[in-house]
Design a protein around this ligand. Structure first.
Ligand code: NI
Length: 434
């Protein structure tokens, strides 16, 4: 071999080795990490490599918009601590890959955080939205209503003030407002980001007790404890306890439950033992969502006409059927027709709850009359009697809540009311109002 032909060969080998060396040096722990150090600041971007084009597009879109955000805010003329970082986290839920991208921008005292969660179905090869997890499209409105009160509670605790318009905008029922979501063991985590002022992040966690009825069956989780509210939110408010008798009913009670979210309302159901089993899913839902379950006896008999053992049977049979369904014994009693005597009082475990407002809903069967009859009487501490087995009653009660909510009333269960008013419900004692 002549010397002249060896030179190009050697050059080729040297170039190849140099390229290989450069490649190995540049290879960082994460395949897709870029790290740029400037004189005044540093940029660190760590995102996963993916074979799925739809995910890649979402990642690039996020990087692009965050970069624009960073370069818009950066001020190199000021000698301040500046950094920009994007990192990620990946989890799987069955066939769904959940990628969360985080962006942290810091320019002096200015912090701007942003987050984007991508749910990608490997099976269907598409990006999922919150609607893919919800039972039907109407449930986004319920989710929005629940989120509203959860955010209110959160910002009140943290002393943040938020314009009503701003809050209503970020929770309005469009799926894009709910893009940062994740189902965890505890419930649905949602992250709301306010980009107007300074990228305020508001994370909330909605427990399964609150959202099970909104989710598709495969995403629901068994509720260990019913949803309990922070009662401090009602301090100084006018309170009303709505009570619903003669149910549960798998249609009308469900309509009522769907409507309560809008007014942050929890109510008390005095249920009949003979209807509980046939409507057990509704009863369970009512309880898990934080409503109170009381007893209205087993067969709706006039208790003052019964002997002691018959009274015991009416009360104890109801208690055991409810206990079997919701896992807790009803301690309060509403006797049918409001009739009780000494024998009844001796055989109940807790207080006897009567009422101060009776709109005669069963008689009029007209939602406007029901509403008006409630609203004109309503005062702080009232107990309202309605029957959740009639659509007109349920709709009338919800209409009354709408009007009373706008007047500043809050809607609580009997137990919540007693707690807020500092009353210990005494065994066998009558309560008409608080
Ligand atoms: Ni009744």
């Amino acid at each position: 071999m002549k010397f002249k032909t060896i030179i190009p060969l050697l050059v080729s080998i040297i170039i190849f080795l140099a390229a290989l060396l450069l490649y190995l040096i540049n290879k960082t722990p994460s395949d897709n990490m870029t790290f740029t150090k400037f004189d005044d600041y540093e940029i660190k971007i760590d995102v996963p490599t993916t074979e799925y084009e739809l995910i890649e597009n979402e990642i690039q879109e996020f990087i692009q918009s965050e970069k624009e955000n960073f370069f818009y805010n950066i001020d190199i003329t000021l000698d301040v601590n500046t950094s920009f970082e994007i990192y990620y986290n990946t989890t799987f839920n069955g066939d769904v890959e959940i990628l969360t991208l985080y962006s942290k921008i810091k320019v002096g005292n200015l912090y701007k955080n942003n987050t984007k969660t991508i749910h990608y179905s490997l099976k269907e090869n598409r990006i999922l939205t919150i609607n893919d997890y919800l039972l039907d499209e109407t449930k986004l409105l319920s989710l929005s209503q629940i989120s509203y009160f959860a955010i209110m509670e959160k910002i009140n605790q943290q002393g943040i003030t938020l314009e009503k318009d701003t809050l209503e905008k970020i929770i309005s029922p469009i799926s894009n407002n709910y893009k940062n979501f994740q189902l965890t063991d505890e419930g649905l985590q949602l992250l709301f980001i306010l980009d107007q002022q300074e990228y305020l992040e508001i994370p909330i966690l909605l427990p399964y007790a609150q959202i099970n009825s909104l989710l598709k069956a495969e995403y629901r989780k068994n509720v260990i404890a019913p949803y309990k509210r922070d009662l401090s939110q009602f301090a100084g408010k006018k309170l009303i306890a709505f009570t619903f008798d003669d149910g549960p009913n798998s249609i009308t009670t469900e309509i009522l439950l769907n409507g309560l979210n809008k007014y942050n309302a929890k109510v008390t159901f005095f249920v009949l033992g003979n209807k509980a089993n046939a409507n057990s899913a509704t009863l369970k839902r009512a309880y898990e969502e934080g409503n109170q379950i009381g007893s209205h006896t087993y067969n709706h008999k006039n208790l003052i006409k019964l002997n002691a053992s018959q009274i015991k049977g009416e009360i104890n049979n109801t208690s055991s059927v409810i206990q079997n369904i919701v896992g807790a014994e009803p301690l309060t009693l509403r006797p049918p027709y409001g009739n009780a005597n000494l024998l009844v009082r001796q055989n109940v475990k807790g207080p006897i709850i009567l009422w101060s407002i009776d709109p005669l809903d069963w008689k009029y069967k007209d939602k406007e009359i029901v509403k008006n009859n409630i609203v004109k009487e309503a005062k702080d501490g009232d107990i309202v009697l309605v029957h959740d087995i009639y659509l007109s009653s349920v709709e009338g009660a919800l209409l009354a809540m709408e009007e009373l909510y706008n007047q500043g009333f809050a809607f609580v269960t009997i137990d919540e009311m007693m707690q807020l008013k500092g009353i210990n419900g005494e065994q066998g004692k009558y309560y008409y109002k608080f």
